[in-house]
Design a protein around this ligand. Structure first.
Ligand code: C5P
Length: 232
């Protein structure tokens, strides 16, 4: 599986995201559409970006009873997205149901990856709010192995965790990793960050990069810099 850079298109409207993508003349970067844009612009924005020739990771992080998630995934796969996700904490049964829902009439389906523990969850919060008392890195690996058991394709995790996830779940089990910054760039609100080159070295399969590209003076140059550090 080839490595790729996914641009997190965290924009609030259709106009903003389309004018951003217009800058990429002749290039078709892999795009992540998250809750903000999807809830603002609806399924139509997914169809429109797909029609323009981009691959799409639809990052809606589903979590509900298995039957509801299965039916929701069925709707999402009909949008012809390339990757979507859910919370591993919804249980193996929910993840299995999600996979079933994703299969299209022609037998194809988008990749399905699981969020383990959100990077915004600290050890302290996990213990106090979720009553999970194991070490966070162990919880992440356990959730990743549950995702693998359910038949999923991989997990969203920190690039710093990509190596241990591969060691535990196999080389083919995908690691999709946000929290990427250029060595000379702003960290912003991300805490555990690494550079595209380091993410490659640790073994990430896809890096998800938002503001270092979307807020750059020259977004296309920033994207190309990520590609050359991570993919080449
Ligand atoms: O702008 P930045 O590069 O920080 O964007 C990272 C993207 O990855 C955002 O869309 C954020 O919501 C998402 N993400 C994350 N950490 C996670 C899961 C998703 O930063 N654990």
């Amino acid at each position: 599986m080839g490595k790729d850079v996914i641009i997190a298109c965290d924009f609030a409207s259709k106009e903003e995201v389309l004018s951003f993508l217009d800058k990429f003349q002749g290039k078709k970067p892999y795009v992540k559409i998250g809750m903000e844009l999807f809830y603002a612009a609806g399924p139509e924005i997914v169809r429109e970006i797909k029609t323009r020739g981009h691959k799409i990771f639809l990052d809606l992080k589903l979590h509900d009873i298995p039957n509801t998630v299965k039916k929701a995934m069925h709707v999402l796969s009909s949008l012809d997205v390339d990757m979507c996700n859910l919370h591993a904490s919804g249980t193996v049964a929910m993840m299995e149901a999600a996979l079933e829902g994703l299969v299209r009439p022609d037998g194809t389906r988008p990749l399905l990856i699981a969020v383990t523990q959100l990077t915004s969850t600290s050890q302290e919060r996990m213990e106090s709010d979720l009553l999970i008392e194991k070490p966070l890195d162990q919880v992440v690996l356990h959730y990743a192995s549950c995702a693998k058991k359910a038949g999923l394709d991989g997990v969203v995790c920190s690039p710093l965790e990509a190596g241990t996830v591969h060691a535990n779940c196999g080389k083919e089990f995908l690691t999709v990793t946000p929290g990427v910054r250029f060595a000379d760039g702003d960290v912003g609100d991300q805490v555990r960050v690494t550079t595209p080159a380091k993410a490659k070295e640790i073994g990430s399969d896809y890096i998800v990069v938002g503001r270092p590209i979307t807020a750059a003076a020259d977004p296309v140059a920033a994207y190309m810099r990520c590609v050359s550090e991570f993919c080449d």
